[in-house]
Each structure stands twice: as structure tokens, then as C-alpha cells.
Design a protein around this ligand. Structure first.
Ligand code: NAP
Length: 307
């Protein structure tokens, strides 16, 4: 762990690489340990239900990974598939059934949904106590007012990596580039909760490089391959790259982030790679949220793995 300092000099060495794969592995182990403990002590098995509508291949891969990792953590995994032409009422009926099922503690409806289904309607039909994605309007409001909420998995993973890297985040300037409901906005709320001074930037922001140069912590959640270059970075800053973009590099298709990793890692103090940074944290945090939901539903204290 390095102390939380807003450095002003160019670092002598390239940035430390924040290893999200290793952190996610250790988080999943801590979740599995706590799952085993509540099984033994309370006779409870946390259960996660994932609903997939349609046959989008990328979504199918995510859902399969979630199932595998859920079972590996000792939890019950329930997978529900509906055809792409399923109507909203069929999906809502399934959500209500899962809300009422005592063996299900977490419900995740894989997004995006087919265009004819209103995602907000479906998300807000999930029991907020089982809303392990943290997208239900009640959880959004609880997070925004500093109360105990289910927190969206990707921003939760980012904050865990930042606290592991920096310890206290209090007083640091944090810039979040991107204002989506699933990443940018909840990320900003979590940084505010940690007493950062938070700026949210977006496509209409003026002089984005200057805004970013003020950041002790820079979160990139844009979806534009390698948009953020070295001259946008305050020397020594901690850079968290949420972006996952497929781009042609050296004649091959590769996954790249929103940050130009090779250049920025010469200026930043620490940086997450893509892949292997934020990505692996998202499913690990989903497992953590399912365990937390199970504990809260049964009136148990939050598991020690929560931040
Ligand atoms: P999104 O809903 O498309 O939002 C993108 C945000 O970036 C918007 O707020 C947009 O501004 C802003 N933006 C777009 N172009 C910009 C520009 N040129 N300058 C400044 N801001 C710009 O995307 P998202 O769902 O938040 O995801 C963002 C990235 O994270 C994507 O690459 C996605 O694949 C990745 N992601 C990764 C994980 C993970 O597990 N690691 C999870 C979720 C998402 P406006 O609001 O003004 O349009």
C-alpha cells in the first residue's frame, strides 16, 4: 500500500501496475470463506439468479462465467433463459417469482435487454434487497444519500482497488470521465463517500485534458479506445481504466482501455491494465454483493469483505 499523496513531480519509475486479477482472486477466496462460514453456522447457502433474454453471444459468455464463479464460491447458481422475443410481462413474472424465492438472494438481469423491453421497468421490479447490480432506483437513492445500499459491481471494484492502493482517499481530487448510470455516476458517489473532491466529466465537458490533469485519481469510463494520453495525466496520479474496447492494433484485434496504457504508465503513479485490471473485479464484486444481500436478508452483519 502506498500513502495517499498528490504528487507533483514526474515519477522516476514507471507506474505500479494495479493487478485486478490477483485482487479479484483474493476477493473471491474471502467470499468463499465467508460463504462456508454462514453455511456451517447458519445453515444458509447464498443463491444468485441470472436472467438472460435472447442469444447475444457476449452476454451468454458473461452469464456462463458468472455461473461458474458463483458455484466455485460455494453459492447456488440459478440460470434462466428467455427467447429474444419474450414479452415484458413474461420477464416481469419471472422476476416476481425470483423475488419470492427464499433460495435466491441476488437477482441479475443481464443487460442490454432486447429493444422492445423497458429495462428500467424490469430493474425496478427486482426486490431492492436482492438487487445485486445496484441499479434499482431505491439503491441509487440510498447510495446518493450516503445510506447502506447495494452498490453497482464495477464502481465497487474500482473503489476496492483504489483503497488497496492508496489507503485513505480523503481530500484527493478525483475526476471521473463518463456519467453513465452503471459506472460514472455511482463511481462519483462512492468517491464522494470517501471524501474525495469529485469532478464528473463527459462528452460536453470543455478542455477535458485540463480537467484530467487536476486529478490525483482519474477514472476513465468512456468507451473510446486509448483516448486518454500521457499529457492528460498529473504525474504520480492513480489511473483506473474501466474501458473495454476492441481495437485493431498491429493488424490484430485486441482489447484496449480508454487510456493509452504504454504512454500513461510513464507518467502515472499507478495504473490498471486492460485486460487484467477492473474487468475481473466486476464478477468478484457480484459474488460479494450476493453474499452481502444474503446476510442482510437474514439479519446478519455485513460480511467482513464489504467496503
Ligand atoms: P456509456 O453508457 O456509453 O457512457 C460513456 C460515457 O462516456 C458517457 O457519459 C459519455 O458522455 C462519455 N463520453 C463519450 N465520449 C466522450 C468523449 N469523447 N469525451 C468525454 N466523455 C465522453 O458507457 P459505460 O457503460 O459507462 O461504459 C464505459 C466503458 O466501460 C465501456 O468501454 C465499457 O465497455 C466499459 N465497462 C467495463 C466494465 C468492466 O467490467 N470493466 C463494466 C461496465 C462498462 P455523454 O454522457 O455526454 O454522452
Amino acid at each position: 500500500m502506498t500513502p495517499a499523496t498528490a504528487q507533483t513531480a514526474r515519477p522516476a519509475a514507471p507506474a505500479a501496475i494495479i493487478d485486478g486479477t490477483a485482487f479479484a482472486t483474493s476477493l473471491r477466496q474471502r467470499v468463499a470463506f465467508e460463504v462456508a462460514r454462514i453455511k456451517n453456522q447458519q445453515g444458509l447457502t447464498p443463491g444468485l439468479a441470472v436472467v438472460l433474454v435472447g442469444d447475444d453471444p457476449a452476454s451468454a459468455v458473461y452469464v456462463r462465467n458468472k455461473g461458474t464463479q458463483t458455484r466455485a464460491a460455494g453459492m447456488a447458481s440459478f440460470e434462466h433463459r428467455l427467447p429474444s422475443n419474450a414479452d415484458a410481462e413474461t420477464l416481469l413474472a419471472l422476476v416476481r417469482q425470483l423475488n419470492d424465492d427464499p433460495s435466491v438472494h441476488g437477482i441479475l438481469v443481464q443487460l442490454p435487454l432486447p429493444g422492445h423491453i423497458d429495462s428500467d421497468l424490469v430493474i425496478n421490479a427486482i426486490d431492492p434487497a436482492k438487487d445485486v447490480d445496484g441499479f434499482h432506483i431505491l439503491n441509487v437513492g440510498l447510495l446518493g444519500t450516503g445510506q447502506k445500499a447495494m452498490v453497482p459491481c464495477t464502481p465497487l471494484g474500482c473503489i476496492m482497488l483504489l483503497k488497496d492502493q492508496l489507503g485513505s482517499l480523503a481530500g484527493l481530487n478525483a475526476v471521473v470521465v463518463g456519467r453513465s448510470n452503471i459506472v460514472g455516476k455511482p463511481m462519483a458517489q462512492l468517491l464522494l463517500r470517501e471524501s474525495c473532491t469529485v469532478t464528473i466529466a463527459h462528452s460536453r465537458s470543455r478542455d477535458l485534458p485540463a480537467i484530467c490533469r487536476n486529478a490525483d485519481i482519474l477514472i476513465a469510463a468512456v468507451g473510446r479506445p486509448e483516448m486518454i494520453g500521457a499529457d492528460w495525466i498529473k504525474p504520480g496520479a492513480v489511473v483506473i481504466d474501466v474501458g473495454i474496447n476492441r481495437a485493431e492494433r498491429d493488424g490484430r484485434s485486441r482489447l484496449v482501455g480508454d487510456v493509452d496504457f504504454a504512454a500513461v504508465s510513464q507518467v502515472a503513479g499507478a495504473i490498471t491494465p486492460v485486460p487484467g485490471g477492473v474487468g475481473p473485479m466486476t464478477i468478484a464484486c457480484l459474488l460479494a454483493n450476493t453474499l452481502t444481500a444474503c446476510c442482510r436478508i437474514h439479519g446478519l452483519p455485513d460480511p467482513a469483505i464489504a467496503v
